[in-house]
Design a protein around this ligand. Sequence first.
Ligand code: ZN
Ligand code: ZN
Length: 411
Amino acid sequence: MKNVNINGRAYQWPAKPVVVICCDGSEPEYMERAMREGLMPNLKTVIAKGENKRGLSAMPSFTNPNNMSIATGRRAEVHGIGGNYLIDPATGQETMMNDPKWLLAPTIFAEFQKAGAKVTVVTAKDKLRLLLGNGLKFDGSAICFSSEKADKATMADNGIADVLAFVGKPLPEVYSADLSEFVFAAGVKLLKRDRPQLMYLSTTDYVQHKFAPGSEGANSFYKMMDGYVGALDAQGCTLIIVADHGMKDKHKADGSPDVLYLQDAMDEKFGAGKSKVILPITDPYVVHHGALGSFAQIYLYGPQVRDAADFIAAQEGIDAVLTREDAVKTYGLYAERCGDLIVISGGPNHSKVIGTSASKHDLSGLDAPLRSHGGLSEQEIPFISNVHLKNLPQPLNNWDAFFVGCNCVEA
Ligand code: ZN
Ligand code: ZN
């Protein structure tokens, strides 16, 4: 069997389709609780023949860095995607990071396609589609589209057209569980029709931001997911289920968000314009988290790194303040796109999130107490498979998902 070498790792050509589900924001407790309540009989069957392990996400525990780590098999030090939002080192300007120009490494999908494989990628939000689909040739052997813009998919840009008719569902709302359900439904149909070597199904964490594990809103999502897990498993594939990151309550006892407005605090201490707090969670879809997460980049224009680090570390709910060099060493971040300091919040209840200035966060869309991610406490993720696994990478990370599906399946 041939190997495909991608970003320094050798992937074996899979005998069966490798299907990786990235269930966005799926803190391990969600599936555990739903299974205990008898809502995931298919997942129980999957686990009985395979594995129910835990893994870790890349830092920061945000969606794009982890999706791109899963898609490339490596951390941001190799692929360059550290969030949704950054200061462009070339211009010094704040900018969104959705453009594929920021992606520095080929994806596993593109490299497998080059080696002759069929590959299928379905993502919930369109913001990820261009990054995940980077380098794919839509010549009939690749498909990449989002459920958000499923109605706009064309053969030329996505390798598939008439998606709504094919899947048999209407275009889902962007803020809904349906957006993720559409991903699963498309995956089941495409696995049956195309039998691709690799399939990646990436959902959205709208439900997980809103509903805690064991709640009715969460349980109904996982019950829905279970039907599709069963349908994928029934078709004969290596199924791997991971998450991009976990999700924790980020509110106080009274339900209000537990926020440290770090730009306000820095401005008061060091003066206006002497620092810039960048929140890599910032994106156009902020309704369900108000751009509040447990990770920030700090750029300094004057204050000494040590003074700023000491000041930030003394704030309540701060888990770690790292220099750029330490963050690169510890978490495999991409140095050029890091601030002078990296700040991770959480505190004893994991609840602290970082904001910039109180006046800049519109929290009016938060119709439930804040749940979010980004910190160390959201690194733990499920790592589930429908087959027995051997020779697993240690530690096991979500970005090992395709490697494990190709190389670690017990015969
Ligand atoms: Zn996510
Ligand atoms: Zn999220």
